[in-house]
Design a protein around this ligand. Structure first.
Ligand SMILES: Cc1ncc(COP(=O)(O)O)c(C=O)c1O
Length: 489
């Protein structure tokens, strides 16, 4: 079969793909202009039925694929809509999405260098750049890209467990597993941490007790003076603390833990220091916010999700170690069909250091977009979103019928509507129903979270198109939805 016949058979002709590119361009225009419902919400059972298409023995061709893709666009959550202010998932740069198309088509998997030579060196260069932003010694630092912050956290904590397990006399846990007797490791972290930290600890066999909570201050940041008590609590219950995980920043409120003070504690107690910078590490690029990360240069490992505040499509996560030897310590696996030498000798065979074997060209999009846009573009974007969150907090605090309990350090804001005369006991229910009604209206997509004071509405100002005026409209909508609920009850 000639190449043209082969490609023709796969439907890979420019003319057949042109309509799809045009469809995407017009979709983006509509979404950016806010000319769609943010989320055309449909309940899960109805959606299940809608897409219950029999898998045909004979394919229906490109025309059908095109109309199904149009439907997919129409029925999905529109993150490019300026009023998408929900979870920490970016409105990706179109260029980055096209890089993902290139990645998908090339399908170069990074386990072994020979399979992905360009991606492998792009990852290496990006890891060096991130290490530089963190203030790590360029010659000593190293790392990798992986599929998301949860996997990145597990990767980093596996390294912590392996390195500290040996150092603290718990043993070579990767090789031998846990001894039937003897101490189990514990990790200190505040209750504000993303659930993936607890999940990683449980995957590593530490159990729920393996996470020892550290008290936070009124701004929901780790209170450094509480670290010693958490450490002692762990030891009193037969646990050996091996690490402290710091949030930079936390998921619920975007609070940055005091990294320098935590680093001091880790040095004093010989603990691994991991920074979860999945959301907030980008502040390192922004001179006026970089001080939020003061002390990060002393971290043993850090995780950064570029699919959050670097406008990359999911997934794009960097795990960077201050000492690259630790990155090789995480997994010691023989796989002679892929690797020939020691992991250190084969820095370019990334599968030796990742949970994934087959892994896409994750770094390609970040590498290309950083070349195309330059760091200043991203720094301005992050600075703009952080500043918008501060202005939104001011607006909330200037409104008698809204509360904003934690002044935002990043671009995440928690708040609640407290209409005059509202019954305190009914406030949680009110926030929940406001959120549901807003989402059902298609006008905004927002989230909620529970803080000590109760249930709060929560926004992440991640879309560069969201403006102050959108947030003013949000408050007006909330008031109107709440008033309508009160009238009905
Ligand atoms: C602070 C923080 N860490 C880790 C994660 C998990 O990252 P991912 O969703 O990429 O697995 C998140 C997700 O929102 C997060 O906010």
């Amino acid at each position: 079969m000639s190449l043209s016949n082969a490609t023709r058979q796969d439907g890979l002709t420019v003319t057949e793909f042109e309509p799809l590119i045009k469809l995407l361009a017009s979709y983006l225009q509509q979404a950016n202009a806010g000319a769609l419902p943010v989320l055309p919400y449909v309940d899960p059972d109805t959606m299940l039925q809608r897409w219950n298409l029999p898998i045909p023995a004979s394919g229906k061709g490109m025309g059908d694929a095109f109309s199904l893709l149009s439907r997919t666009l129409a029925e999905s959550n529109h993150l490019h809509h300026p009023r998408y202010i929900g979870h920490q998932v970016s409105a990706p740069l179109p260029l980055a999405a096209f890089c993902d198309l290139v990645s998908a088509l090339l399908n170069n998997s990074t386990a072994a260098y020979e399979m992905a030579q360009v991606e492998t060196v792009m990852e290496a260069h990006l890891v060096s750049w991130i290490a530089g932003l963190a203030g790590f010694d360029a010659d000593r630092a190293g790392g990798l890209f992986t599929s998301g912050g949860s996997l990145g956290t597990l990767t980093a904590l596996l390294a912590a467990r392996q390195v500290m397990g040996k150092r603290k006399g718990i043993g070579d846990l990767w090789r031998d597993g846990y001894a039937p007797t003897g101490p189990r490791p514990a990790v200190l972290v505040s209750a504000q941490a993303h659930y993936c930290v607890l999940r990683a600890a449980q995957i590593m066999g530490l159990g729920e007790q393996g996470i020892v909570p550290v008290r936070t201050d009124s701004a929901l940041r780790v209170d450094p003076s509480a670290l010693a008590a958490a450490y002692e609590t762990a030891r009193l219950t037969g646990r050996e603390p091996i690490a402290v995980v710091a949030n930079a920043c936390s998921t619920p409120t975007g609070s940055y833990d005091p990294l320098a003070r935590i680093a001091d504690f880790c040095v004093a107690k010989d603990l691994w220091f991991h920074v979860d910078g999945a959301h907030g590490f980008g502040a390192a690029m922004v001179p006026q916010y970089a001080s939020l990360l003061e002390g990060i240069s002393r971290a043993d490992s850090l995780v950064w999700d570029l699919h959050k505040m670097l406008r990359m499509p999911a997934l794009c996560t960097a795990v960077v170690f201050r000492d690259k030897a630790h990155s090789y310590a995480t997994f010691a696996q023989d796989a002679s069909y892929l690797f020939q030498g020691t992991p250190e000798q084969e820095w370019y065979n990334l599968g030796q250091r990742t949970i994934e074997c087959t892994k896409g060209m994750i770094a390609l999009k970040a590498f290309i977009c950083l070349q195309a846009y330059g760091t200043q573009y991203f720094a301005d974007y992050i600075a703009g979103r952080y500043a918008l969150a501060r202005r939104f907090c001011d607006l909330l605090r200037a409104s008698a019928d809204f509360e904003c309990p934690v002044a935002p350090q990043a671009n995440i804001v928690c708040f609640r509507h407290v209409p005059a005369g509202a019954c305190a006991a009914a406030l949680d229910e009110l926030q929940g129903s406001i959120r549901q009604k807003l989402i059902a209206s298609g006008k905004f997509y927002i989230t909620q979270t529970r803080l000590t004071g109760g249930l709060y509405l929560r926004v992440t100002l991640i879309n560069p198109a969201t403006q102050d005026s959108d947030l003013q409209v949000l408050l007006a909508e909330i008031r109107s939805v709440a008033a309508e609920s009160t009238r009905r009850s």
